[in-house]
Structure formats: C-alpha cells, structure tokens
Design a protein around this ligand. Sequence first.
Ligand code: BGC
Ligand code: CA
Length: 406
Amino acid sequence: MNRRIRSVFGICAAVSMLLSMRAWADGNADKPLVWWNRQPSNSSTGELDMDALTWNDQTCYVGFDADQGAELQGQMIAGYMEANIDTIDRNGDGIIGYVLAIGDIGHNDSIARTRGVRKALGTALAVEGEIDSSPAEINVDGSAVVVQDGEVGGLTVRELASHEMKNASGATWDAATAGSFIDTWTDSFGDQIDVIVSNNDGMGMAMFRAWAQEEGVPTFGYDANSDAVAAIADGYAGTISQHADVQAYLTLRVLRNAMDGVDPDTGIGTADEAGNVLSDTDYYYDESSHSYYALNLAVTSDNYKDFLDSTAVYAPVAHQLDAETSPVRQVWLDLYNASDNFLSSTYQPLLESYDDLLNLEVTYIGGDGQTESNITNRLESPDMYDAYAINMVRTDNAASYTALLQ
Ligand code: BGC
Ligand code: CA
C-alpha cells in the first residue's frame, strides 16, 4: 500500500470511528428511561400512556400501588372512627363531619385516595361504575351531587367540604393553600369538623398545625414524611407509608441494571452479588403496564416509632455495588416540583443515598411544579447522560420529554 492509499484508509477509518461514536451519542432514544411518581396516563380518564411506558425496551415506571394504599387509608380512617365512636362527634349533632384536602384532580394517586376514603366512609357516589373523585366544595347541608352521606358505627358521616389545593400560580398538592382553606372552613363551620383527611401529609400537616392540633381534631395524611410521623406523638392521627425507601431504590436500580446489561430482576426479585434483594411484600412488577409498584403500610400510634426517619435506606437493599462490575454512570433525574414536601423531604434524600450505593452520579433537576418547560429546558444536553429518570408535571406530557431524546 502506498502512502497516499494508506492515508486515505486512515481517514476512512477515522471517519467511520467518528460516525460510530456519533451513532452512539445519538442513541439517546435507546438509553434506559424510568418514569417515576407520576405514571404516564391520561389525566382525565386515567388511561395509561402505553407509548410512553414502552418508549424503548429499557423503559418502565416506578411508583406504588395507588389503589391498595388508598384502600388502606380509607380503612385506617373508618377504623379510627369506629374505635372512637363515643367521642368522635364533637358537637353531638349525630354526624361525623370531615373535610378533605385534594392534591391534584388529574393525578392518579390523588384520585385513588379520594375514592378510597369515600368508599370506606360510605360517602362515595359512582358515575358509570367509577367513584366520583371531584371536589364537593362546600357540603355542610349535605346537598352536594358528587358525594352522599355515609355511615360508620351507627353515625352519619358527611364530607362537609373538599377542595383541590392548588395555588394561584398552578402548583398542586399545595400545603399553604390547605393551611388557608382550613382557616376559611373553620371560620364558618369549625364546630362541625370532627376529622380532617388529606391526600398527602404536606397538606395534612399544614391543616393540623393551623388548627386541628390545638382543637384535638384527628388528622390523617399520606406519605409518612418524617415530620408527620413525629407529629403522631402530638395527635396527628395517622398516615400511609408508600414505601418510598423501596421506590427510590427501584427508580435507580432499574436504570443500573439496564446500563450493566444484566437481568432486569437483579437486586430486585433476585439477589445481586452484594446481597441486595426485595421481597414480594415490598413491591410487585406488572408486566402489562411495565410498572413496578411498591406496597403501602399504615402508620398509626401503634407503630409510628418504626417510621420516624423517612429518609433511612431500606436495609435489604442497602449494600454497596462493586465499582468494577457496576462502574460510575451519569443519570439525569428531575423532580417535578422542588418544593413538594414528599419529594423533597423523603424521596430525594433517599435517592441521594442510593445513588452512592449504586455508583451513579445523578444530576438532580428541581422543577417549579407548574410548567413542563421549566424542566425540559434543563434537558438541553441529553447526550451527556447514560440514563434518564423523569417525574412529569402533568401525566399527559410524556412526549415533551421523549421528543428531546429522539
Ligand atoms: C405523594 C404526594 C406528592 C405527589 C407528587 C404523591 O405520590 O403522595 O405527596 O405531592 O406524589 O407527585
Ligand atoms: Ca359532629
């Protein structure tokens, strides 16, 4: 081969190497992607967005079983009412009056919790076979069309009021809004409120601190955030753990497995080399929805001491991975709302512990909870990452993310 030909060959080889590197760099669409906390779905019908859930063969959702948790929350509240039937009716009008803080009328977790509570208390009304989850607004006289009066332990149960706690700029699950609503409600019918129910602890705690604690009115939330669990000692009546310690692990673990090219069940249902493994009382995987669901646990005055630190990693999956077989990788992860109580005080600290154990370098992006573009604007260089973990503002908006990975 003469020099000229050799150098042409050399150029060709270099070009083809560059091309293959580009091909690799361009392959964002093939990189592992996990949707978490907000399942891609139609926000009015709840129908799953299977295009998003099967975006590539390394895509799945990590959340928790919303229906099982909602049922548990409803039963916990009904059980409390029954156990305290002699004292629960504070004004003795024969009605157990409760108010309900709704997180986000288009969020599957919020819808499930509203339904679970109404079902357990007998206040649910069904439309076309599905329990109505719309806010009743003010229903002190029992005339609302979305709920009915129920019955527990021989007393009537009435949803006196319920409202979506969304602030003026559109942020949902808004604790401050719940805090001011309880003020408004108690000003006009405070003596009729016997129980406070909330779709989450962020809003529940705002209502508890603003009014219920001093009045001794039992308040129920959801998430088992550390501050809410600690407040059980001060009269907060109960909450539900959605096993965030399992969810945060799964969120990163599914990406780790995909990047390592190992069996997707490694360190999940099947122990890995380090000994990490979950059991079937912690979670289940549903093939048809490509989703992992953590199971919920009720937290009340009977067991709250076991749940005081919501940011503690789950011991069965707290073993460090070997950096030889699972080398450092880059992950882009967003939280739809940096000021959401549950995500910022429970979920993110857990992720930050697991990222070390799993040898992942995670770039955490905190959204404003209102607009998708506030987050998608910060996915400007997707090539820099080996995998993505996405928490959407609206569950309908999966395509605004996948479009950036095309
Ligand atoms: C949590 C809420 C949180 C929401 C955010 C829910 O699963 O229970 O507390 O605000 O997720 O998407
Ligand atoms: Ca009453």
